[in-house]
Design a protein around this ligand. Structure first.
Ligand code: PHE
Length: 353
């Protein structure tokens, strides 16, 4: 019996050395230490041992059991570690790998530019006034001193929505400029106090539409920002000062301006504003077409007929107006060479802003 116990012990310990994983470990345990394991089987035969030897054999059996339990525990721990190590290796996460940044939303360059323009004029006390995109011929043209057959209409080929039956005034169209908003705004302001209308100081940003050939320089839709100031004793000096302030904040304090006589039916006198080219500092380059100057907006003193149409008596009130294209402003500011980029939704372009 002693010899058998010793043999069992060495057999078990030897077998344990070959145990590689928890499955084999469990097998080993039931084989040697389980309820029907080899040791239990041996112990069952204790009755065959002469009584005087039983205590010693029993002690030996217990020692062997403890030794095997201890060896088992040690092996189990080693296997647990090895298996943990293996899982860690296999499922390793490289924490030093740079993460994937979420794609960041951006404002469209037109929106950015519009907001910048609005900010600058807000600092001068101009309110934002929103007018409609779909207009009547009456507002888009007639009330702005552009009669039905005025040649100025040729410049603004129009998208018509409805021919208005036999009334030219009722013809519905997409506005070709933001200037009809001048009439809506003045009428709304004048209605507050028709005998003594309040002063107006607003900008009107919005989309405009022209039925034109799309080229690098012209789109069928584009934004404009209209400006309008009406009050007593407003002069062309106010217009010049306002525009100069705007341009120097938008393009830098060193910018020089030139007011060139021009014509718009709704302003008198009218001018176009040129700014010295900020790319070549007026020396002449491709962007300014070697003139040193960039045209940035149209402007003028509000025509008496337009004031009257807005409910302001031209004998008592004067005003100035201007209109600029934020896409053009953005093109100059960011060196964008083709206006078609704005509505093509090409992320390679949009992501640069
Ligand atoms: N409405 C003119 C245009 O579309 C711009 C302008 C606005 C000119 C206000 C003078 C005054 O070209």
């Amino acid at each position: 019996m002693r010899a058998e116990l010793e043999t069992l012990k060495s057999e078990a310990l030897q077998a344990l050395e070959h145990v590689q994983n928890s499955k084999q470990l469990a097998e080993w345990r039931s084989r040697f230490l389980g309820k029907r394991g080899a040791l239990t089987q041996l112990m069952r035969r204790m009755g065959q041992v002469p009584p005087e030897e039983r205590p010693a054999v029993g002690r030996l059996a217990n020692e062997i059991k403890q030794a095997l339990e201890a060896a088992y525990a040690e092996r189990a721990e080693a296997i647990r570690r090895a298996e943990l190590e293996e899982t860690l290796q296999r499922d390793a996460v490289d924490v030093t790998l740079p993460g994937r940044p979420p794609a960041m939303g951006r404002l469209h360059p037109s929106t950015r530019t519009l907001r910048e323009i609005e900010r600058i004029f807000a600092d001068l006390g101009f309110q934002v006034y929103r007018a409609r995109d779909v207009e009547l011929d009456e507002y888009n043209f007639q009330l702005l001193n552009i009669p039905p057959h005025h040649p100025a209409r040729d410049m603004q080929d129009t998208f018509y929505v409805d021919d208005g039956g036999d009334s030219e005034s009722r013809t519905v169209l997409l506005r070709t400029h933001t200037s009809p908003g001048q009439i809506h705004a003045m009428r709304e302001f004048a209605a507050m106090n028709p005998d003594d209308p309040p002063p107006v100081r607003i900008i009107l940003p919005g989309m405009c539409y022209r039925h034109e050939q799309i080229t690098a320089r012209s789109e069928i839709q584009f934004h404009q920002v209209e400006g309008l100031a009406v009050g007593r004793r407003i002069t062309m000096a106010d217009l010049k000062g306002t525009i100069e302030y705007f341009v120097r904040r938008m393009f830098g304090p060193e910018r020089q301006l030139r007011f060139r006589a021009s014509h718009f039916p709704f302003t008198e006198p009218s001018a176009e504003v040129d700014m010295d080219c900020m790319l070549c500092q007026g020396k002449g380059c491709r962007v300014c077409k070697y003139t040193g100057w960039l045209e940035i907006m149209g402007c003028g003193m509000v025509h008496p007929n337009v004031l009257r149409n807005g409910g302001y008596d031209p004998e008592r009130y004067t005003g100035f107006a201007f209109g600029m294209g934020p896409e053009r402003i953005a093109m100059l500011k960011y060196g964008i060479e083709d206006i078609r980029y704005f509505w093509q939704n090409d992320l390679r372009f949009l992501e640069q802003f």
